[in-house]
Design a protein around this ligand. Structure first.
Ligand code: ATP
Ligand code: MG
Length: 449
Protein backbone atom coordinates (compact mmCIF):
# COMPACT_ATOMS: atom_id res chain seq x y z
CA UNK A 1 0.00 0.00 0.00
CA UNK A 2 1.58 3.27 -1.02
CA UNK A 3 0.87 6.60 -2.63
CA UNK A 4 2.69 7.75 -5.75
CA UNK A 5 3.75 11.40 -5.62
CA UNK A 6 2.19 11.95 -9.05
CA UNK A 7 -1.19 10.79 -7.70
CA UNK A 8 -1.69 14.26 -6.19
CA UNK A 9 -3.39 16.96 -8.27
CA UNK A 10 -0.98 19.74 -9.28
CA UNK A 11 -2.49 22.43 -7.00
CA UNK A 12 -2.19 20.11 -3.99
CA UNK A 13 1.47 19.41 -4.75
CA UNK A 14 2.01 23.09 -5.36
CA UNK A 15 0.57 24.05 -1.98
CA UNK A 16 2.70 21.48 -0.14
CA UNK A 17 5.84 22.59 -2.03
CA UNK A 18 5.29 26.26 -1.20
CA UNK A 19 4.77 25.56 2.49
CA UNK A 20 7.89 23.33 2.51
CA UNK A 21 9.96 25.98 0.73
CA UNK A 22 8.87 28.52 3.36
CA UNK A 23 10.30 26.20 6.00
CA UNK A 24 7.10 24.60 7.32
CA UNK A 25 5.96 21.04 7.60
CA UNK A 26 2.90 20.30 5.47
CA UNK A 27 1.02 17.12 4.63
CA UNK A 28 -2.17 15.96 3.08
CA UNK A 29 -4.15 14.31 5.85
CA UNK A 30 -7.30 12.40 6.73
CA UNK A 31 -9.88 11.21 4.22
CA UNK A 32 -7.83 11.96 1.12
CA UNK A 33 -4.88 9.85 2.31
CA UNK A 34 -7.24 7.00 3.18
CA UNK A 35 -8.90 7.20 -0.24
CA UNK A 36 -5.59 7.34 -2.15
CA UNK A 37 -4.36 4.24 -0.30
CA UNK A 38 -7.61 2.48 -1.22
CA UNK A 39 -7.25 3.51 -4.85
CA UNK A 40 -10.36 5.69 -4.60
CA UNK A 41 -10.66 9.23 -5.88
CA UNK A 42 -10.66 11.64 -2.88
CA UNK A 43 -13.64 14.00 -2.68
CA UNK A 44 -11.39 16.79 -1.41
CA UNK A 45 -7.89 17.36 -0.07
CA UNK A 46 -7.14 18.63 3.43
CA UNK A 47 -3.69 19.91 4.30
CA UNK A 48 -2.24 20.04 7.79
CA UNK A 49 0.79 22.21 8.52
CA UNK A 50 3.09 23.49 11.24
CA UNK A 51 2.52 27.02 9.89
CA UNK A 52 0.20 29.22 11.96
CA UNK A 53 -2.81 30.63 10.10
CA UNK A 54 -1.14 34.07 9.65
CA UNK A 55 1.95 32.37 8.28
CA UNK A 56 -0.12 30.30 5.85
CA UNK A 57 -1.78 33.51 4.70
CA UNK A 58 1.62 35.04 4.08
CA UNK A 59 2.85 32.06 2.07
CA UNK A 60 -0.24 32.39 -0.17
CA UNK A 61 -0.40 36.17 -0.12
CA UNK A 62 -0.68 36.24 -3.92
CA UNK A 63 -3.66 33.89 -3.96
CA UNK A 64 -7.27 34.14 -2.93
CA UNK A 65 -7.42 33.20 0.73
CA UNK A 66 -10.63 32.86 2.72
CA UNK A 67 -10.56 32.71 6.49
CA UNK A 68 -13.08 29.88 6.67
CA UNK A 69 -12.37 28.74 10.20
CA UNK A 70 -9.60 30.91 11.49
CA UNK A 71 -10.62 30.19 15.10
CA UNK A 72 -9.92 26.52 14.42
CA UNK A 73 -6.77 27.31 12.48
CA UNK A 74 -8.22 26.76 9.02
CA UNK A 75 -7.78 28.95 5.98
CA UNK A 76 -9.00 28.04 2.51
CA UNK A 77 -6.70 28.81 -0.39
CA UNK A 78 -7.90 28.81 -3.97
CA UNK A 79 -5.15 27.36 -6.15
CA UNK A 80 -5.80 26.97 -9.90
CA UNK A 81 -9.51 26.94 -9.14
CA UNK A 82 -9.19 24.23 -6.46
CA UNK A 83 -10.19 25.16 -2.90
CA UNK A 84 -7.75 23.70 -0.36
CA UNK A 85 -8.37 23.71 3.37
CA UNK A 86 -5.11 24.29 5.16
CA UNK A 87 -5.23 23.77 8.92
CA UNK A 88 -2.56 24.37 11.53
CA UNK A 89 -1.49 21.33 13.60
CA UNK A 90 -3.78 21.39 16.60
CA UNK A 91 -5.02 19.48 19.59
CA UNK A 92 -8.65 19.84 20.60
CA UNK A 93 -9.58 20.97 24.09
CA UNK A 94 -12.28 19.32 26.16
CA UNK A 95 -15.79 18.84 24.77
CA UNK A 96 -18.43 19.93 27.25
CA UNK A 97 -21.35 19.61 24.82
CA UNK A 98 -20.46 16.43 22.91
CA UNK A 99 -20.21 18.56 19.78
CA UNK A 100 -17.64 21.29 19.62
CA UNK A 101 -14.27 21.39 21.31
CA UNK A 102 -14.38 24.26 23.82
CA UNK A 103 -11.07 25.54 22.54
CA UNK A 104 -8.33 24.37 20.22
CA UNK A 105 -4.64 24.66 20.89
CA UNK A 106 -2.04 24.78 18.15
CA UNK A 107 0.85 22.38 18.40
CA UNK A 108 4.10 21.73 16.54
CA UNK A 109 3.62 17.98 16.41
CA UNK A 110 2.02 16.10 13.56
CA UNK A 111 1.57 13.13 15.86
CA UNK A 112 -0.56 15.23 18.22
CA UNK A 113 -2.61 16.55 15.32
CA UNK A 114 -3.37 13.07 14.02
CA UNK A 115 -4.17 11.82 17.55
CA UNK A 116 -7.24 14.09 17.70
CA UNK A 117 -8.72 12.50 14.56
CA UNK A 118 -11.56 10.03 14.79
CA UNK A 119 -10.44 6.71 13.29
CA UNK A 120 -7.07 5.14 12.54
CA UNK A 121 -7.81 5.08 8.81
CA UNK A 122 -8.49 8.85 8.97
CA UNK A 123 -5.36 9.65 10.98
CA UNK A 124 -2.68 9.23 8.33
CA UNK A 125 -0.66 11.94 6.62
CA UNK A 126 1.40 11.95 3.45
CA UNK A 127 3.75 14.32 1.65
CA UNK A 128 5.81 13.69 -1.50
CA UNK A 129 9.42 13.04 -0.52
CA UNK A 130 8.49 12.61 3.14
CA UNK A 131 6.32 9.56 2.73
CA UNK A 132 3.43 8.23 4.79
CA UNK A 133 2.97 8.94 8.52
CA UNK A 134 0.76 6.32 10.07
CA UNK A 135 0.87 6.82 13.83
CA UNK A 136 -2.04 4.55 14.81
CA UNK A 137 -1.99 1.53 12.54
CA UNK A 138 -4.29 2.92 9.89
CA UNK A 139 -2.75 0.90 7.07
CA UNK A 140 -3.25 -2.34 8.99
CA UNK A 141 -6.90 -1.45 9.62
CA UNK A 142 -7.38 -0.56 5.96
CA UNK A 143 -6.17 -4.00 4.93
CA UNK A 144 -8.27 -5.69 7.64
CA UNK A 145 -11.18 -3.46 6.61
CA UNK A 146 -11.78 -2.18 10.13
CA UNK A 147 -13.06 1.07 11.64
CA UNK A 148 -11.10 1.57 14.86
CA UNK A 149 -11.13 4.66 17.06
CA UNK A 150 -7.84 6.46 17.63
CA UNK A 151 -7.04 5.92 21.31
CA UNK A 152 -9.65 4.92 23.88
CA UNK A 153 -12.99 4.53 22.04
CA UNK A 154 -15.04 5.28 25.15
CA UNK A 155 -13.32 8.61 25.60
CA UNK A 156 -13.42 9.48 21.91
CA UNK A 157 -17.16 8.90 21.59
CA UNK A 158 -17.79 10.71 24.85
CA UNK A 159 -15.88 13.74 23.49
CA UNK A 160 -17.91 13.90 20.29
CA UNK A 161 -21.03 11.79 19.83
CA UNK A 162 -21.14 12.47 16.10
CA UNK A 163 -18.24 10.03 15.82
CA UNK A 164 -20.68 7.21 16.65
CA UNK A 165 -22.59 7.95 13.47
CA UNK A 166 -19.37 8.56 11.53
CA UNK A 167 -18.19 5.08 12.55
CA UNK A 168 -21.19 3.38 10.98
CA UNK A 169 -21.11 5.83 8.06
CA UNK A 170 -17.56 4.75 7.16
CA UNK A 171 -18.56 1.11 7.70
CA UNK A 172 -21.35 1.56 5.12
CA UNK A 173 -19.39 3.65 2.60
CA UNK A 174 -16.22 1.56 2.66
CA UNK A 175 -18.02 -1.71 3.44
CA UNK A 176 -15.85 -2.17 6.52
CA UNK A 177 -16.64 -3.66 9.96
CA UNK A 178 -16.35 -1.94 13.34
CA UNK A 179 -13.49 -3.20 15.47
CA UNK A 180 -14.91 -4.86 18.58
CA UNK A 181 -14.11 -2.31 21.28
CA UNK A 182 -15.02 0.54 18.95
CA UNK A 183 -18.34 -1.18 18.31
CA UNK A 184 -19.11 -1.70 21.99
CA UNK A 185 -18.31 1.91 22.81
CA UNK A 186 -20.30 3.19 19.81
CA UNK A 187 -23.41 1.38 21.01
CA UNK A 188 -22.85 2.65 24.53
CA UNK A 189 -22.58 6.32 23.54
CA UNK A 190 -25.19 6.28 20.78
CA UNK A 191 -27.75 7.95 23.07
CA UNK A 192 -25.75 11.17 23.01
CA UNK A 193 -26.29 11.46 19.27
CA UNK A 194 -29.50 13.21 20.28
CA UNK A 195 -27.38 16.18 21.36
CA UNK A 196 -25.71 16.57 17.97
CA UNK A 197 -26.94 19.17 15.50
CA UNK A 198 -29.44 17.97 12.92
CA UNK A 199 -27.32 19.24 10.02
CA UNK A 200 -24.27 17.20 11.00
CA UNK A 201 -26.41 14.13 11.63
CA UNK A 202 -28.16 14.44 8.29
CA UNK A 203 -24.90 14.82 6.41
CA UNK A 204 -23.50 11.60 7.87
CA UNK A 205 -26.80 9.75 7.49
CA UNK A 206 -26.98 10.71 3.82
CA UNK A 207 -23.53 9.31 3.11
CA UNK A 208 -24.30 6.18 5.10
CA UNK A 209 -27.48 5.43 3.15
CA UNK A 210 -25.72 5.66 -0.21
CA UNK A 211 -22.87 3.36 0.77
CA UNK A 212 -22.58 -0.18 -0.60
CA UNK A 213 -22.82 -1.52 2.96
CA UNK A 214 -25.93 0.49 3.87
CA UNK A 215 -28.24 -2.51 4.23
CA UNK A 216 -25.83 -4.44 6.43
CA UNK A 217 -25.18 -1.43 8.66
CA UNK A 218 -28.91 -0.71 9.03
CA UNK A 219 -29.55 -4.34 9.91
CA UNK A 220 -26.70 -4.55 12.45
CA UNK A 221 -27.13 -1.15 14.14
CA UNK A 222 -30.83 -0.29 14.55
CA UNK A 223 -29.90 0.84 18.08
CA UNK A 224 -27.61 3.54 16.64
CA UNK A 225 -29.87 4.55 13.74
CA UNK A 226 -32.79 4.59 16.18
CA UNK A 227 -31.12 7.42 18.07
CA UNK A 228 -31.30 9.69 15.05
CA UNK A 229 -34.65 8.36 13.75
CA UNK A 230 -36.50 6.94 16.78
CA UNK A 231 -39.49 6.22 14.52
CA UNK A 232 -37.53 3.24 13.13
CA UNK A 233 -37.49 1.40 16.44
CA UNK A 234 -41.12 0.15 16.49
CA UNK A 235 -40.45 -1.45 13.09
CA UNK A 236 -37.74 -3.71 14.49
CA UNK A 237 -39.20 -7.20 14.96
CA UNK A 238 -42.71 -6.03 13.99
CA UNK A 239 -44.18 -9.04 12.16
CA UNK A 240 -46.37 -8.51 9.10
CA UNK A 241 -48.41 -11.68 9.74
CA UNK A 242 -49.31 -11.53 6.08
CA UNK A 243 -48.56 -14.03 3.35
CA UNK A 244 -47.04 -11.40 1.07
CA UNK A 245 -44.22 -10.96 3.54
CA UNK A 246 -41.43 -13.17 4.80
CA UNK A 247 -39.64 -10.54 6.92
CA UNK A 248 -40.56 -8.27 9.81
CA UNK A 249 -41.13 -4.62 8.88
CA UNK A 250 -37.57 -3.48 9.67
CA UNK A 251 -35.83 -6.34 7.85
CA UNK A 252 -38.13 -5.82 4.87
CA UNK A 253 -37.08 -2.16 4.89
CA UNK A 254 -33.38 -2.98 5.03
CA UNK A 255 -33.61 -5.42 2.11
CA UNK A 256 -35.59 -2.85 0.13
CA UNK A 257 -32.95 -0.14 0.77
CA UNK A 258 -30.29 -2.42 -0.67
CA UNK A 259 -32.38 -2.99 -3.79
CA UNK A 260 -32.67 0.61 -4.98
CA UNK A 261 -29.85 2.51 -6.70
CA UNK A 262 -27.62 4.50 -4.31
CA UNK A 263 -29.26 7.89 -4.85
CA UNK A 264 -30.27 9.77 -1.72
CA UNK A 265 -33.99 10.38 -2.53
CA UNK A 266 -34.48 6.69 -3.35
CA UNK A 267 -32.55 5.41 -0.34
CA UNK A 268 -34.39 7.76 2.06
CA UNK A 269 -37.78 6.91 0.58
CA UNK A 270 -37.05 3.21 0.92
CA UNK A 271 -35.87 3.64 4.53
CA UNK A 272 -39.06 5.49 5.47
CA UNK A 273 -41.71 4.00 3.16
CA UNK A 274 -43.19 1.72 5.83
CA UNK A 275 -42.43 3.75 8.94
CA UNK A 276 -46.21 4.15 9.45
CA UNK A 277 -46.87 0.40 9.48
CA UNK A 278 -46.66 -0.35 13.21
CA UNK A 279 -49.33 2.28 13.95
CA UNK A 280 -51.72 1.11 11.24
CA UNK A 281 -51.65 -2.64 11.89
CA UNK A 282 -54.91 -4.53 12.14
CA UNK A 283 -55.69 -8.24 12.11
CA UNK A 284 -58.24 -9.18 9.44
CA UNK A 285 -60.94 -11.79 9.77
CA UNK A 286 -59.01 -13.72 7.14
CA UNK A 287 -56.20 -14.16 9.70
CA UNK A 288 -53.93 -11.81 7.75
CA UNK A 289 -52.26 -8.69 9.08
CA UNK A 290 -53.25 -5.48 7.27
CA UNK A 291 -51.84 -1.97 7.27
CA UNK A 292 -54.64 0.15 5.83
CA UNK A 293 -53.58 3.74 5.20
CA UNK A 294 -49.94 3.06 6.06
CA UNK A 295 -48.60 4.93 3.03
CA UNK A 296 -50.29 8.16 4.12
CA UNK A 297 -49.15 7.66 7.72
CA UNK A 298 -45.59 6.96 6.50
CA UNK A 299 -45.74 10.10 4.39
CA UNK A 300 -46.71 12.20 7.41
CA UNK A 301 -43.97 10.69 9.56
CA UNK A 302 -41.43 11.13 6.76
CA UNK A 303 -42.28 14.80 6.57
CA UNK A 304 -41.81 15.12 10.33
CA UNK A 305 -38.53 13.22 10.34
CA UNK A 306 -36.97 15.08 7.43
CA UNK A 307 -38.10 18.43 8.79
CA UNK A 308 -36.53 17.61 12.13
CA UNK A 309 -33.30 16.56 10.39
CA UNK A 310 -33.36 19.82 8.40
CA UNK A 311 -33.23 18.06 5.05
CA UNK A 312 -33.27 20.43 2.06
CA UNK A 313 -36.84 21.31 1.04
CA UNK A 314 -36.58 19.91 -2.47
CA UNK A 315 -35.31 16.58 -1.19
CA UNK A 316 -38.10 16.47 1.39
CA UNK A 317 -40.72 16.95 -1.31
CA UNK A 318 -39.18 14.26 -3.49
CA UNK A 319 -38.97 11.71 -0.71
CA UNK A 320 -42.44 12.35 0.71
CA UNK A 321 -44.00 12.00 -2.77
CA UNK A 322 -42.29 8.65 -3.28
CA UNK A 323 -43.36 7.42 0.16
CA UNK A 324 -46.93 8.54 -0.44
CA UNK A 325 -47.27 6.65 -3.72
CA UNK A 326 -44.98 3.70 -3.02
CA UNK A 327 -47.87 1.28 -2.77
CA UNK A 328 -50.19 2.59 -5.46
CA UNK A 329 -51.36 -0.03 -8.00
CA UNK A 330 -50.15 0.98 -11.45
CA UNK A 331 -51.85 -0.19 -14.60
CA UNK A 332 -50.11 -0.91 -17.89
CA UNK A 333 -52.75 1.03 -19.81
CA UNK A 334 -50.85 3.78 -21.71
CA UNK A 335 -53.52 6.32 -20.75
CA UNK A 336 -52.91 5.59 -17.09
CA UNK A 337 -49.15 5.81 -17.57
CA UNK A 338 -49.54 9.19 -19.29
CA UNK A 339 -51.61 10.36 -16.32
CA UNK A 340 -48.88 9.35 -13.89
CA UNK A 341 -46.22 10.96 -16.05
CA UNK A 342 -48.35 14.09 -15.97
CA UNK A 343 -48.91 13.94 -12.21
CA UNK A 344 -45.38 13.14 -11.05
CA UNK A 345 -43.23 14.21 -13.98
CA UNK A 346 -41.13 11.65 -15.90
CA UNK A 347 -38.14 11.59 -13.50
CA UNK A 348 -40.23 11.03 -10.41
CA UNK A 349 -42.39 8.40 -12.09
CA UNK A 350 -39.30 6.39 -13.03
CA UNK A 351 -38.09 6.81 -9.43
CA UNK A 352 -41.44 5.48 -8.21
CA UNK A 353 -40.86 2.36 -10.31
CA UNK A 354 -37.45 1.95 -8.62
CA UNK A 355 -39.24 2.19 -5.27
CA UNK A 356 -41.84 -0.40 -6.27
CA UNK A 357 -39.08 -2.76 -7.41
CA UNK A 358 -37.16 -2.28 -4.16
CA UNK A 359 -40.32 -2.81 -2.14
CA UNK A 360 -41.16 -6.00 -4.05
CA UNK A 361 -37.61 -7.35 -3.62
CA UNK A 362 -38.16 -7.26 0.14
CA UNK A 363 -41.32 -9.35 0.00
CA UNK A 364 -41.96 -13.08 -0.05
CA UNK A 365 -40.44 -14.56 -3.26
CA UNK A 366 -43.88 -15.46 -4.69
CA UNK A 367 -44.74 -11.75 -4.74
CA UNK A 368 -41.60 -10.63 -6.51
CA UNK A 369 -43.62 -10.74 -9.76
CA UNK A 370 -44.21 -7.09 -9.05
CA UNK A 371 -40.61 -6.58 -10.14
CA UNK A 372 -41.47 -7.82 -13.64
CA UNK A 373 -44.49 -5.57 -13.66
CA UNK A 374 -42.36 -2.53 -12.77
CA UNK A 375 -39.93 -3.48 -15.55
CA UNK A 376 -42.77 -3.62 -18.07
CA UNK A 377 -44.10 -0.28 -16.86
CA UNK A 378 -40.67 1.26 -17.25
CA UNK A 379 -40.41 0.04 -20.84
CA UNK A 380 -43.87 1.38 -21.62
CA UNK A 381 -43.09 4.72 -19.99
CA UNK A 382 -39.85 5.04 -21.94
CA UNK A 383 -41.67 4.27 -25.19
CA UNK A 384 -44.20 6.99 -24.42
CA UNK A 385 -41.46 9.47 -23.47
CA UNK A 386 -39.49 8.71 -26.64
CA UNK A 387 -42.44 10.09 -28.63
CA UNK A 388 -42.07 13.51 -26.97
CA UNK A 389 -45.61 13.27 -25.59
CA UNK A 390 -47.83 16.07 -24.41
CA UNK A 391 -47.85 15.68 -20.62
CA UNK A 392 -48.55 19.16 -19.30
CA UNK A 393 -50.49 22.26 -20.32
CA UNK A 394 -47.19 23.76 -21.47
CA UNK A 395 -46.76 20.95 -24.01
CA UNK A 396 -50.13 21.65 -25.67
CA UNK A 397 -50.18 22.81 -29.29
CA UNK A 398 -52.34 25.74 -28.14
CA UNK A 399 -51.72 28.34 -25.47
CA UNK A 400 -53.50 31.11 -23.57
CA UNK A 401 -53.27 33.54 -26.49
CA UNK A 402 -55.27 31.18 -28.72
CA UNK A 403 -58.02 31.14 -26.12
CA UNK A 404 -57.89 34.91 -25.64
CA UNK A 405 -58.42 35.25 -29.38
CA UNK A 406 -61.51 33.08 -29.08
CA UNK A 407 -62.90 35.39 -26.39
CA UNK A 408 -61.94 33.42 -23.29
CA UNK A 409 -61.00 35.52 -20.26
CA UNK A 410 -59.56 34.98 -16.76
CA UNK A 411 -59.98 31.57 -15.11
CA UNK A 412 -61.80 30.25 -18.19
CA UNK A 413 -58.46 30.19 -20.01
CA UNK A 414 -56.78 27.88 -17.47
CA UNK A 415 -59.87 25.70 -17.31
CA UNK A 416 -60.02 25.44 -21.11
CA UNK A 417 -56.36 24.45 -21.40
CA UNK A 418 -56.77 21.86 -18.64
CA UNK A 419 -59.85 20.38 -20.34
CA UNK A 420 -57.92 20.01 -23.62
CA UNK A 421 -54.97 18.41 -21.83
CA UNK A 422 -57.34 15.81 -20.31
CA UNK A 423 -58.49 14.85 -23.82
CA UNK A 424 -54.92 14.53 -25.06
CA UNK A 425 -53.83 12.45 -22.05
CA UNK A 426 -56.82 10.16 -22.61
CA UNK A 427 -55.78 9.75 -26.21
CA UNK A 428 -59.15 11.09 -27.41
CA UNK A 429 -57.72 14.10 -29.24
CA UNK A 430 -54.42 14.60 -31.09
CA UNK A 431 -52.20 17.40 -29.82
CA UNK A 432 -52.95 19.64 -32.79
CA UNK A 433 -54.23 23.17 -32.72
CA UNK A 434 -57.20 22.79 -35.13
CA UNK A 435 -58.87 19.77 -33.52
CA UNK A 436 -58.21 21.05 -29.99
CA UNK A 437 -59.81 24.45 -30.54
CA UNK A 438 -62.69 22.98 -32.47
CA UNK A 439 -63.40 20.52 -29.65
CA UNK A 440 -63.31 23.29 -27.05
CA UNK A 441 -65.64 25.54 -29.02
CA UNK A 442 -68.13 22.74 -29.54
CA UNK A 443 -68.01 21.71 -25.90
CA UNK A 444 -68.66 25.26 -24.67
CA UNK A 445 -71.33 25.90 -27.29
CA UNK A 446 -73.15 22.77 -26.06
CA UNK A 447 -72.87 24.00 -22.48
CA UNK A 448 -74.32 27.40 -23.44
CA UNK A 449 -77.41 25.80 -25.07
P1 ATP B 1 -15.17 12.18 3.14
O1 ATP B 1 -14.43 11.40 2.13
O2 ATP B 1 -16.58 11.79 3.25
O3 ATP B 1 -14.97 13.66 3.05
P2 ATP B 1 -13.41 12.41 5.40
O4 ATP B 1 -12.67 11.36 6.17
O5 ATP B 1 -12.60 13.35 4.59
O6 ATP B 1 -14.51 11.69 4.54
P3 ATP B 1 -14.45 14.74 6.68
O7 ATP B 1 -15.72 14.90 7.43
O8 ATP B 1 -14.23 15.49 5.43
O9 ATP B 1 -14.27 13.18 6.45
O10 ATP B 1 -13.29 15.10 7.71
C1 ATP B 1 -11.91 15.21 7.33
C2 ATP B 1 -11.00 14.62 8.40
O11 ATP B 1 -11.15 15.35 9.64
C3 ATP B 1 -11.31 13.17 8.77
O12 ATP B 1 -10.66 12.26 7.90
C4 ATP B 1 -10.79 13.09 10.17
O13 ATP B 1 -9.38 12.94 10.19
C5 ATP B 1 -11.12 14.46 10.74
N1 ATP B 1 -12.44 14.51 11.40
C6 ATP B 1 -13.61 14.92 10.85
N2 ATP B 1 -14.62 14.90 11.72
C7 ATP B 1 -14.08 14.49 12.89
C8 ATP B 1 -14.60 14.26 14.20
N3 ATP B 1 -15.89 14.44 14.46
N4 ATP B 1 -13.74 13.86 15.15
C9 ATP B 1 -12.43 13.65 14.88
N5 ATP B 1 -11.89 13.84 13.69
C10 ATP B 1 -12.69 14.24 12.69
MG1 MG C 1 -13.38 15.06 3.46
Amino acid sequence: MSIAANALPAPVRGALDRLHEAGFEAWIVGGCVRDLLLGRVPTDYDITTSARPEQTKQVFAQERVVETGIRHGTVTVLLEGMPLEITTYRVDGSYSDARHPDRVTFTTSLQEDTARRDFTINAMAYAPGWGLRDGFGGQGDLSRRLIRAVGDPQRRFQEDALRVLRAVRFAAVLDFALEEETETAARQWAGRLREVSAERVFQELSKLLCGPGAGRVLRDYPDILGQVIPELLPMVGFEHRNRHHCYDVYTHTVVAVDHVPPRLPLRLAMLLHDVGKPETFSMGEDGQGHFYGHARRSEALTRQILTRLRAPKKLLEEVTALVRWHDVPLSEDPRQIRRWLNRLGPGRFLDLLEIQRGDAAGQAPAYCTRIDQANRLENLAREILAQAPCLTVRDLAVDGRDLLALGYRGPAIGAGLQAMLEQVLEGVLPNEKGPLLQWLREKDAKKAE
